[in-house]
Design a protein around this ligand. Structure first.
Ligand code: SAM
Ligand code: SF4
Length: 350
């Protein structure tokens, strides 16, 4: 059961486009859509936002109905997994209405998974509703277990609130995975302890390298810590056993013999995962980003707001996916010390 169905837009897409599945020019089927539902957040993580972020005007942000309609169009074209992200998705007003509406695609079997990436600060309030909407697994971002370091990283956050959120999620039966960004000189020496704690709670941990997205008023070179270094250090303390769990994404996993838990590494600055890339991202302003590492984006909001028929919308999806590049080209520009991409992660969705 996925709770009460409250579709807020059109019903699950019903038009039959020429090719049912979206396939890019390199033969990759697009089966995974990540959707940023807001650029706003109740935290200001140093690698993600500047302290005085200017948020977008409301009119620029897709309405819940527009988000629902676009997601339905993707599901009709072969999307099997939807991840709701942001900004902080759980601070968007009415977000549970969207989750409820999207759960109808789980009920029909058109969608395999509806999931969420959150900072966990509002999870306490929403965990029960999420499970009721058919969400089964969530990613929570948590970089440290030290309250002071947590405050330093997030600028405004309360560690206890996030831990309470994680506990609430586990209580209602949501499977939690933790994502932690490895930061030079900030949390690098406690990543082993974070892993031991997470595995003790039955939670997998994935480590992420800092990506050069958006101007955040900090020097990226000061934050950048290659995961090869982190892994080598962890291997001095733990036995890391290669496993072949691939999720179609950039993470590579090991099993940690001492804890029995899984540890993932996401190294976006390498190109090793582009060939199997099955995903695209929708920004909260309705831009479809075909590759996280490229500036190109297709303006689906303009298409939606011109209020076209479904056939025009599907033609816009086809045209966008035809532009998906083979791979990305991230660089932390050492000379100019500027982000390789002007977009903030909070707009694109992490
Ligand atoms: N607010 C939610 C959260 O923090 O989980 C969802 C959005 S957040 C942008 C998604 C993920 O992106 C988080 O795990 C965050 O740590 C990560 N992130 C943000 N900026 C990043 C950057 N510059 N490099 C690498 N990861 C980043
Ligand atoms: Fe907010 Fe997530 Fe960005 Fe942190 S990483 S500022 S929690 S959107």
């Amino acid at each position: 059961m996925h709770g009460t169905m409250v579709p807020i837009g059109l019903p699950a897409a019903h038009t039959k486009p020429a090719s049912p599945t979206l396939v890019d020019p390199f033969g990759r089927a697009i089966t995974y859509l990540r959707v940023s539902v807001t650029d706003r957040c109740d935290l200001r993580c140093v690698y993600c936002m500047s302290e005085h972020m200017r948020f977008l005007p409301k009119a620029d942000i897709l309405t819940l109905e527009e988000l629902d309609r676009l997601c339905a169009a993707f599901v009709a074209r072969g999307t099997r997994k939807l991840r709701i992200t942001g900004g902080e998705p759980l601070v968007r007003r009415g977000i549970m209405t969207l989750f409820r509406a999207l759960s109808r695609h789980l009920a029909t079997g058109a969608l395999d998974e509806l999931t969420l990436t959150t900072n966990g600060s509002q999870l306490d309030k929403h965990a029960a509703a999420l499970i009721d909407c058919g969400v089964r697994r969530i990613n929570v971002s948590l970089d440290t277990l030290d309250p002071k370091t947590f405050r330093d990283i997030t600028r405004w956050g309360e560690l206890d609130q996030v831990k309470a959120g994680i506990a609430a999620a586990q209580r209602v039966g949501l499977r939690v995975k933790i994502n932690a960004v490895a930061l030079k000189g900030v949390n690098e020496h406690e990543l082993g302890d974070l892993m031991v704690w997470a595995h003790g709670e039955g939670i997998d941990l994935t480590l992420i390298e800092v990506m050069p997205l958006g101007d955040i008023g900090e020097n990226r070179l000061d934050q950048y810590l290659p995961l090869s270094t982190v892994r080598a250090r962890l291997a001095e303390r733990f036995t890391l056993i290669e496993i072949d769990d691939r999720t179609g994404g950039p993470a590579r996993y090991v099993r940690v013999a001492e804890t029995g838990g899984r540890l993932g590494f996401i190294t976006p600055l390498t190109h090793t995962f582009c060939e199997s890339c099955n995903r695209v991202r929708l920004t909260c302003t309705g831009m479809l980003v075909m590759c996280l590492g490229q500036e190109d984006a297709a303006d689906l909001r303009a298409v939606l707001r011109a209020a076209p028929d479904e056939a025009t919308l599907h033609a816009a999806l086809d045209a966008a996916i035809a532009r998906k590049p083979k791979g990305h080209d991230f660089v932390i520009d050492r000379r100019r010390k500027r982000p390789a991409l002007a977009r903030h992660m909070s707009v694109t969705g992490g």
